[in-house]
Design a protein around this ligand. Structure first.
Ligand code: HEM
Length: 411
């Protein structure tokens, strides 16, 4: 078994001095912001001015404290998502449905997602998720590729989303290829090409459903009466893209980061086995301490203040979820993984308020079911050096990117 479990980021930092500099000029696209460095930077920001401002990318304000993130998230009138939740916004890109809409349009679009992501709908696919998880773990145990990220963490969410939409098993390979490209080439032209291929796949399936309706969500979408009109082809493709894009990389990175933590903390694996009820708290602490989504942007709609900092109309601000999840004002012993917190779901990994993650119930079910399946198998152990993403991908996403594992005693 490998004893060197230290994660690396590509950048060796000279500790505090660099963290101080990176905090003062915070730039979410900076290549130096590896996992460890980010946490140092967040500690600096949390200890400093509550709502600091950076000059990067024409300037934006940094919202790091738990209470401030909650205030912004809950007030979509003062803080709009419609100018883009990523920064700088890509010129000419259609706003993403539903996340980059405010007010009534947001509510109407969000309803389309909740139809298939509500708690009862997710409960309905639990048997499928259990079966899928066992199949994926069997294939991993028997296969020669030991990368838990590509072979397990990605497979479950991508197939779950495909199933919910009604793509069917036949499209799994295409969705999987799309997912692998996005994971490998996030933020590059190769990823944009993969997005175009996903659009083409969506269009093919949507026109098949128009010609031959089925009992699935894609059919529901093409038949939807959206305020007296059908959804346009652009809207339909946008919705499918949001499902696939929001639904798999987030969950895959959460699974990878949590399982990495478990294999490097055998006492937690032992605890899950002796007390399966601890799994829920373990899932939530994983989400709190290793949230896959670090940033979402907002735009100020009228002059206002946030925690005594003045904000002008049109100013951009970033919600830093991973910092807020470690805010010592909110969480006792904030840096420690504590599955027995009194209110384990208090973290902001899924946001809060009107844009609260539409897929939170599904993501939680996928992660919980995986852990339940793992405790019925031999413990996992490292067989190589794991790796985090070298920096925030697309200025937004962090997590474990490569995780060579095996079940003890196998291969
Ligand atoms: C661990 C996994 C996940 C994490 C950490 C996560 C995180 C988030 C966060 C932080 C937001 C709030 C964005 C904002 O306030 O601007 C969000 C929104 C959203 N998420 Fe997730 N997500 C996850 C999984 C999923 C899944 C599985 C799906 C669907 C299959 C999904 C679909 C969405 C959608 C549609 C929104 C937009 C909601 C709205 O604007 O009303 N997410 N997610």
């Amino acid at each position: 078994m490998y004893s060197d479990t230290k994660m690396y980021s590509d950048t060796k930092m000279d500790g505090d001095v660099d963290a101080e500099r990176l905090a003062a000029n915070f730039d979410h696209l900076d290549e130096k912001l590896g996992d460890e460095v980010l946490n140092q930077v967040y500690r600096r920001l949390l200890a400093g001015c509550p709502v600091a401002k950076t000059a990067a990318h024409d300037g934006f304000a940094l919202v790091t404290r738990y209470a401030d993130v909650v205030e912004v998230e809950k007030d979509c009138t003062r803080f709009s998502s419609a100018q883009g939740v990523i920064h700088p916004p890509h010129p000419g890109r259609d706003p993403s449905i539903p996340i980059e809409f405010d007010g009534p349009a947001h509510i109407a679009y969000r309803k389309l997602f909740m139809e298939v992501l509500s708690a009862p709908r997710v409960r309905g696919i639990v048997p499928y998720l259990r079966d899928l998880t066992e199949r994926v773990l069997d294939a991993f145990a028997e296969g020669t590729d030991d990368d838990f990220v590509q072979k397990v963490a990605v497979q479950i969410p991508v197939r779950a989303v495909g199933r919910l939409l009604g793509f069917g098993e036949a499209a799994n390979e295409q969705l999987q290829a799309f997912a692998a490209t996005v994971l490998e080439h996030a933020g590059t032209p190769a990823m944009l090409e993969a997005m175009r291929e996903l659009d083409a796949l969506a269009s093919t399936h949507l026109s098949q459903r128009r010609a031959r309706p089925r009992d699935d969500y894609l059919t529901t979408l093409v038949q939807t009466d959206f305020g007296g009109r059908p959804l346009t082809e652009d809207e339909l493709r946008n919705i499918v893209r949001s499902f696939v894009f929001a639904g798999f990389e987030t969950t895959a990175r959460s699974i990878a980061s949590l399982v990495h933590h478990l294999v490097t903390h055998p006492e937690l694996q032992a605890r899950m086995r002796s007390d399966p009820a601890s799994i829920e708290g373990i899932v939530e602490e994983g989400l709190r301490l290793f949230p896959p989504v670090h940033t979402m942007f907002r735009t100020v709609t009228a002059p206002t203040t946030l925690h005594d900092t003045s904000l002008a109309e049109g100013e951009r601000l970033v919600l830093l979820y991973a910092a807020a999840n470690r805010d010592p004002e909110q969480f006792e012993d904030a840096e420690t993984f504590r599955p027995d917190r009194a209110n384990p779901r208090q973290h902001l990994a899924f946001g809060i308020g009107p844009h609260y993650c539409a897929g939170a119930t599904l993501a939680r079910a996928e992660i919980r079911i995986l852990l339940e399946a793992l405790i019925a198998r031999p413990p996992l152990e490292l067989v190589g050096t794991p790796r985090h993403l070298p920096r925030l991908m697309m200025g937004q996403m962090m997590g474990v990117d490569h995780l060579p594992l095996r079940f003890q005693g196998e291969h």
